[in-house]
Design a protein around this ligand. Structure first.
Ligand SMILES: [Zn+2]
Length: 463
């Protein structure tokens, strides 16, 4: 058997690993490379896995850096099946359409500058996304599924986002079964909503992510208490609270905590709006798969049938409803995307709120350098939104410690639990920059009998 690393090798985007035997070719993930525009476009256009000859793709979860180039793979001739969990298939169905729309808009924008010469095509279109979605085959968690003769797969919860899976893949070569474990993105222990990562029972080959393989996250901020304090204070001032939040994951964590506060009769009786069509869809999926969520959620469900709904919570739909909030008087809360304030409806809410000292903006989690979110989090005196400058007079509150990726302690716990009955045979470290990968490599020696490798892109290994 041969494994070739085609993406997320020495970096954190473009997850894609090829597994080949004499009669089988499977791709683990087919993520989009992100980052520098021109460089990424080239990497995303060229496939090195012969898409036409692939038997299938196993998809770990629905983040774009893991599934975002599936429509491109389809465009390049892939006609096989995509195996993933039911929730992942559901989330991917609108994430990929959203991504296709972005690709189309991006091509239009670039072509406008070219004045008819050397026009570029979008990486893929809405049609490609719609077509590839027909090739999805959702599978249940925690059960073995035969993909072909002598090939079986089982998905275990990875605790990273809803539907995210650790893949256990077993393939027979001759008389020998080989067992490959692919972590996908590994989540953290004791996070709101999500179950803890499930341990595996070792394996011959471990392919493991390493985003924070050298770091210990700060303690998880007590988001619920912080939200209550900030919303109560702002309501007393008669101001509004703007919460820029990622549509998938973060938005649901915020709604869940507010729902709890409402049930406990602590939340001020002011309207709360979720104002992002994508966030609303992501919340619907969480509602549909409530059984995948953690024990605390299941406890709440015994007395509250819907953890994403309470009397003062409203999901806006039309742009009209969204704009009406701009002129609304009295205190209220808006949860809107995007999380780093780069686009989306949140920009309008910020424009109307940021220069008034009665209001509060809550920035949650990591803000990439250069984004509007980072500038607000740094509390710069002025920020540019669309084409105008705005004085930052609103209160800015930072809630940290909410990364969805395992840190050193989480990796250690998962590795200890997964090697109770023996170590892994050998390991490949992917999905990390140099420091994360080398940090994890030194920890892995304790849990792996054979070699621990940090592969370069395009490197192949016989296993
Ligand atoms: Zn992810």
């Amino acid at each position: 058997m041969k494994i070739t690393f085609l993406g997320a090798a020495g970096e954190v985007t473009g997850s894609q690993h090829l597994i080949e035997t004499d009669n089988l070719r499977l791709l683990l993930d087919c993520g989009l490379f992100q980052g520098h525009r021109r460089e990424s476009r080239v990497k995303n256009m060229e496939f090195h896995c012969h898409p036409k000859d692939l038997d299938g793709v196993i998809l770990s979860h629905a983040h774009i850096d893991h599934c975002g180039n599936l429509p491109g793979l389809y465009r390049a001739g892939f006609k096989g099946t995509i195996f993933c969990t039911d929730a992942t298939a559901d989330i991917a169905s609108f994430m990929l359409l959203d991504a296709a729309h972005i690709q189309e808009e991006d091509a239009k924008y670039l072509n406008r500058k070219k004045r008819g010469k050397d026009l570029i095509e979008p990486l893929y279109t809405t049609e490609d996304a719609e077509d590839v979605l027909r090739q999805f085959q959702p599978l249940q968690f925690n059960e073995w599924h035969e993909l072909a003769t002598d090939v079986r797969v089982r998905f275990l919860p990875a605790g990273h986002i809803l539907g995210s899976a650790i893949t256990e893949l077993e393939i027979r070569e001759g008389s020998l079964w080989k067992r490959i474990v692919f972590t996908g993105d590994l989540g953290r222990y004791k996070m709101p909503l999500l179950v803890d990562p499930y341990p595996v029972e070792n394996g011959d080959v471990l392919i493991i992510e390493s985003t924070y393989g050298n770091r210990v996250h700060p303690p998880v901020a007590d988001m619920k208490d912080d939200l209550l304090r900030i919303i109560s204070d702002t309501a007393l001032r008669g101001g509004r609270v703007i919460i820029p939040a990622f549509s998938l994951g973060r938005t649901q964590q915020v709604i869940y905590h507010l729902n709890e506060l409402f049930n406990e009769n602590k939340l001020p009786r002011i309207p709360v709006y979720v104002d992002s069509p994508l966030s609303t869809r992501c919340t619907e999926v969480h509602r549909r798969y409530q059984e995948h969520l953690d024990e605390d959620v299941n406890k709440t469900l015994r007395h509250d049938v819907d953890i994403f709904s309470f009397e003062t919570l409203h999901y806006t739909e039309s742009p009209q409803q969204s704009m009406e909030l701009n002129d609304k008087s009295g205190p209220f809360v808006v949860i809107s995307a995007s999380g780093m304030c780069e686009s989306g409806r949140v920009l309008h809410h910020l424009k109307h709120a940021i220069s008034n000292e009665r209001n509060t903006i809550i920035m949650i989690g990591y803000q990439a350098p250069g984004t509007l979110g980072a500038r607000i989090a740094e509390k710069q005196p002025f920020v540019r939104i669309h084409d105008a400058e705005y004085a930052v007079k609103a209160h800015v509150e930072l809630l940290g410690g909410l990364s969805a990726h395992a840190d050193v302690n989480d990796f250690k716990t998962w590795l200890e639990q997964s090697t109770e009955h023996g170590d892994f045979g050998r390991a490949f470290i992917v999905h990390g920059e140099k420091d994360g990968a080398t940090g994890l490599a030194s920890m892995l020696k304790e849990f792996v009998d054979g070699e621990v490798t940090i592969p370069q892109r395009f490197e192949s290994f016989k296993v």
